[in-house]
Design a protein around this ligand. Structure first.
Ligand code: C5P
Length: 288
């Protein structure tokens, strides 16, 4: 089996409060995009999992793919056939794009089929949420309103097609935990997500684009940009290229939606020439 594990962006993200379990309640519209990792799943003799990753730094047993496989295997007493999983990474790591979460989601649903476990989508979602807050969304895809710590999902009408420019300074990765730890919640802005929800429900491209031009679209952005001035330069550059840059998740990736293929393509080429990791992809609808 060859399965894709697509990235996600957060069209808006409001952090509401710190919880007693160490997580934060949030409200966010999550959107799947076409940039994707690839998992190749092959039968092997005997039992157990053999795993390898194109990025050697992600090659260990603590990779979310291995943890997803172990969690799934623990759901059954059946002897499970051996499996080899190769993960080819395209999505930047620690970038706010849900790459690791999507790899785990792809492993959960592919192994559920390969091992014929017949677990329901709801059970897979519950298992996924134990491994990471974004995994239930990655299992579902498309466009959704995420609440709780990110694992409570409400479907929204699929966003119509937009080109998506993604850009991140080369070599800059941020752990989600450290970004939340550094957050000064009292001083952080709370973006008006309800208006974005209404725009997505009305399927109004104009209102969505206008909302993304809000001064604050992500409660985590100001703290991250203040800590990494390179991101201020990236934002400025994206604006000069005619884009409206918005931070995804806990960063540091900035994305921009546009209907203009040439504008998006030119921007990606220029950003790459200037040393950024930049990608041209598009919004995806759920295939489930
Ligand atoms: O759920 P996940 O494992 O991806 O989260 C990583 C870390 O990010 C958590 O351990 C927590 O510190 C922080 N986090 C948070 N609130 C959320 C999601 C993540 O504080 N809603």
């Amino acid at each position: 089996m060859v399965v894709k594990a697509p990235a996600k962006i957060n069209l808006g993200l409001a952090v509401l409060k710190r919880r007693s379990d160490g997580y934060h309640d949030l409200l966010s519209i999550m959107q799947q995009v076409s940039l994707a990792d690839t998992l190749t799943i092959e039968p092997v003799r005997g039992a157990g999992l053999s795993f390898s990753c194109s990025d050697p730094s992600l090659n260990g047993e603590d990779n979310l793919v291995c943890r997803a496989a172990a969690l799934l295997a623990a759901q059954t007493r059946k002897a499970l056939p051996g499996v080899k999983i190769d993960l080819y990474k395209n999505i930047p790591v620690e970038a706010g794009l849900g790459g690791g979460s999507s790899d785990a989601a792809a492993a959960l649903s592919a192994l559920n089929r390969y091992w014929r476990l017949d677990l329901t989508a709801q059970t897979l979602g519950e298992l996924g949420s134990r491994l990471g807050s974004d995994i239930p969304f990655c299992l579902q895809g498309g466009t959704a309103l995420a609440s709780g710590r990110g694992e409570v999902l409400q479907p929204l009408p699929g966003l119509s097609f937009f080109w998506v420019v993604l850009a991140v300074p080369a070599g800059l990765g941020l752990s989600t935990a450290s970004v939340f730890r550094a957050l000064n919640l009292e001083g952080a802005p709370r973006p008006p997500i309800r208006r974005l929800i209404a725009a997505v429900q009305r399927e109004s491209r104009e209102e969505i684009v206008n909302w993304l031009e809000e001064r604050h679209t992500n409660s985590l952005e100001a703290g991250v940009v203040a800590a990494y001035p390179r991101l201020m330069a990236l934002k400025k550059r994206m604006r000069e290229l005619g884009l409206v840059p918005v931070m995804s998740g806990s960063g540091p990736t900035f994305f921009a939606l546009t209907g203009g293929a040439r504008l998006a393509g030119n921007a990606v080429r220029i950003l790459r020439d200037e040393g950024y990791r930049a990608y041209l992809c598009w919004t995806e609808r759920s295939t489930r």
